[in-house]
Write a protein that binds this ligand. Structure first.
Ligand code: MLT
Length: 325
């Protein structure tokens, strides 16, 4: 190998921080966490809680950068292209780091262009509606939608987002049809659901629960086998007449590929410290989030889970032939 190539490799390694003691002084400055949806939505809320929790053990600020569009795939692309130095993090979830790969022709590979750091939290969706929707339960909601063709709109965070896929599966389960209206996140969509611009939404519990509790919207069911401990009066989809309509929006944290292992390990330690912190746990649990066991809070567990989710969902999503209109 000639001297120029050796120098180039050494320089790359140095820049990528893969040199000896790469993590010794990491982090020496603020870290950016790229959030793939609009501020105020469920991903943004999880990101800000985790950023605050991780700050303590990292000793540096974790700054949130909301990058929206194309159901989060623009943000994930920006993270994948970032320098592998530990100063750019990609937070996302089931739709951004699994579903998008089956819907968009992405300029990056979800499994090889990002390196996993850790699973974070997961929450089910709620079937929610504006209070003026004259249906008291799922059965009457389905009948009302069918009786009002062309008059029912559901908010989504874009084609392929969790709220969109949840909406499509709800249509399949209930044999209903209604319009999907895309937003830059279900944070902004929620404002239009409350105002009555939208009638329904399949929304992550973390986003809808505060509005349900404030009686700004109403919930018909939770897309999980058991009721939420923080919202015991919301029936499960099994109890509500949609047996097996389970959706869990799990979150994870990634970095660009080739980020040095000592840096990835430091970030995983910071995630575990945040998820073990009682104040962080309280904020997450009251939003209906579930914290994974500690032995799942590591890069290998996220890598295995994400791969299994891709193998499970890509054939289903592709068969659903979802349009990017
Ligand atoms: C958001 O943060 O807006 C959500 O992840 C979007 C969704 O649940 O579809």
């Amino acid at each position: 190998m000639n001297i120029f190539r050796v120098t180039a490799i050494a320089l790359t390694a140095l820049i990528a921080g893969a040199g000896p003691g790469a993590a010794d002084d990491y982090p020496s400055r603020a870290i950016t966490m790229i959030v793939p949806f609009a501020a105020g939505g469920p991903t943004d809320v999880v990101a800000r809680i985790m950023a605050e929790g991780m700050r303590h053990s990292l000793g540096q600020q974790v700054i949130i950068e909301n990058v929206t569009g194309a159901a989060g795939s623009i943000a994930v692309g920006k993270a994948a292209r970032a320098a592998p130095d530990g100063y750019t993090l990609s937070i996302g979830h089931w739709s951004t780091h699994v579903v998008n790969g089956a819907i968009y022709s992405l300029p990056y590979d979800l499994l090889t262009d990002l390196a996993p750091v850790s699973l974070l939290v997961s929450n089910p969706q709620l079937i929610v509606a504006n209070p003026k929707v004259p249906a008291a339960d799922v059965k009457s909601l389905v009948e009302w939608i069918k009786a009002n063709p062309g008059k029912v709109s559901a908010g989504t965070a874009g084609a392929g987002s969790a709220s969109h896929i949840g909406g499509i599966y709800f249509q399949n389960f209930s044999k209903t049809d209604f319009l999907f209206v895309p937003y830059r996140g279900t944070g902004p969509a929620m404002q239009d659901l409350i105002s009555g611009q939208l009638q329904i939404m399949l929304d992550q519990s973390s986003n809808s629960l505060p509005q349900v509790q404030a009686k700004q919207i109403k919930a018909y069911a939770v897309t999980s086998k058991t009721r939420l401990s923080v919202a015991p009066d919301i029936p499960t989809v099994d109890e509500a007449g949609l047996p097996g309509f389970y959706i869990s929006v799990w979150h994870g944290l990634w970095v660009p590929k080739d980020t040095p292992k000592p840096i990835v390990d430091k970030l995983a330690v910071a995630v575990r410290a945040a998820l073990a912190d009682p104040a962080t746990q309280k904020r997450l649990l009251e939003l209906g989030q579930e914290i994974p066991p500690v032995n799942q809070q590591n890069p290998a567990a996220l890598a295995a889970f994400q791969k299994a989710e891709i193998e499970k969902w890509w054939p289903l999503i592709k068969a659903a032939n979802i349009k990017l209109d």
